[in-house]
Design a protein around this ligand. Structure first.
Ligand code: HEC
Length: 378
């Protein structure tokens, strides 16, 4: 879940900001068209961040390019003020440009659609996941299968087998790239349709909803198959009632959440956690999730049916990422419950921690999660 070595992270962050900044600027200036309610990305490519993660040679070349660009700016400034240095500086600048190891741009770009940098209005809402599930069942399941692994009843008849939606594929793409492909469909190299798009039969909001579900389903299926989430899973957003006041779960960021699916005995209050009862009200909880949607969404990210949810517990860190899963009937917390781990997994358990929960909390606080899309920080 971590990005890569530090200098590469900084470079990716800079490039990502520059790319999105350019998109916003062009949109604000009104020089780009509007597609699906947001400004279009006017180019046929974007930078391929993933390539940079695996290609330190190109990373070095980009840093060199940045350094030379900076040097040329300094030369220009000096040359403006100091006449006699002008020609030597022009010579030096020319020599730098001639000897510079230029990045190989054809390696560093990938084709991308005009919606590349679009994002949904309400990302990862429980309601969107539940609505998306119903849409998936009517339109996608026949090819992508009940569980997203690509083994739907129609899959064998297709010219191309549908990919599993539960692997790294969804994280390799930007959200707006998935949006475009689901909305407009996909073609192979010969121009033959491989996947039908939803076209105008669905609203943009419905496409975002199905993508929220597909991501939640990928989390659940990965957890089932491997016992851990490979990619970070945010707390699905929903309206809860905290001591009589309705508020969004996302507004509780900054606190560690303890989500308890009703069914088992309600755990004792703990000052380190804010408890949220899911599925049924509990007088002992700090907040209650009234709507059934949060329960359904949590069942999806856990990879269990709604009927199997009771008794599950989840801990979320202060940044709003789900980190720890407690299974029904488990007597106490242990470090094995940490299902969202960072790449820098520290095997040694913290012997000084008073109890399993304390050890988990220390790990969550000490190892923050970073999400990526298409290799860029998200
Ligand atoms: C007729 C079968 C079929 C249907 C229906 C279908 N898909 Fe696909 N899907 C495919 C195939 C085949 C591919 C691989 C296409 C390719 O790589 O050219 C694919 C690829 C994808 C991808 C990967 C895109 C990428 O960036 O590589 C996503 C995401 C996806 N489908 C989601 C959906 C969703 C959501 C629905 C329902 C709205 C859906 N699909 C409906 C067959 C289908």
């Amino acid at each position: 879940m971590s990005l890569g070595p530090e200098p590469t992270n900084t470079l990716l962050w800079l490039l990502s900001e520059a790319q999105q900044g350019l998109w916003r600027l062009l949109g604000a200036l009104g020089v780009t068209d509007t597609v699906h309610g947001q400004p279009a990305w006017p180019f046929a490519h974007r930078l391929a961040a993933e390539q940079l993660l695996f290609d330190p040679g190109q990373v070095k070349r980009l840093w060199w390019l940045g350094a030379v660009a900076l040097a040329l700016l300094v030369f220009a400034a000096v040359g403006l003020c100091w006449r006699r240095a002008r020609w030597p500086l022009v010579g030096l600048g020319g020599w730098l440009l001639a000897t510079l190891p230029w990045p190989e741009w054809q390696l560093l770009r990938v084709p991308t659609p005009p919606t590349a940098f679009h994002r949904p209005d309400h990302p990862f809402e429980a309601g969107a996941i539940v609505r998306g599930q119903a849409l998936y069942q009517t339109q996608c399941q026949r090819c992508h299968g009940d569980d997203g692994r690509g083994e739907g009843p129609d899959a064998a008849r297709l010219a191309m087998w549908p990919p599993t939606l539960n692997g790294s594929l969804l994280w390799k793409r930007l959200d707006g790239e998935l949006f475009w492909r689901v909305r407009h469909g996909m073609l192979d190299r010969q121009g033959q349709a491989t996947m039908p798009g939803t076209g105008d039969r669905w609203s943009d909001a419905q496409v975002w909803d199905v993508l929220a579900f597909v991501r939640a389903q990928a989390a659940g299926q990965t957890l089932r198959a491997t016992g851990a989430w490979v990619f970070p899973v945010p707390v699905p957003d929903a309206t809860v009632s905290c001591r009589g006041t309705p508020r969004a779960l996302s507004s509780l960021r900054g606190q560690r959440l303890h989500l308890v699916a009703a069914g088992g005995p309600f755990p004792a209050a703990d000052p380190r956690l804010l408890t949220v009862s899911v599925g049924a009200a509990s007088a002992d909880a700090d907040c209650q999730a009234g709507s059934p949607e949060l329960a359904q969404a949590l069942a999806t990210v856990l990879g269990v049916g709604r009927e199997a949810l009771p008794g599950h517990q989840l801990l979320a860190d202060r940044d709003g990422w789900l980190r720890v899963r407690g299974q029904p009937g488990a007597a106490a917390w242990s470090e094995d419950d940490l299902v969202c781990r960072t790449a820098a997994l520290k095997p040694a358990s913290d012997a000084s921690a008073a109890d399993g929960l304390e050890a988990l909390i220390r790990r969550m606080d000490a190892e923050p999660v970073r999400d990526t899309r298409g290799g860029f920080p998200h």
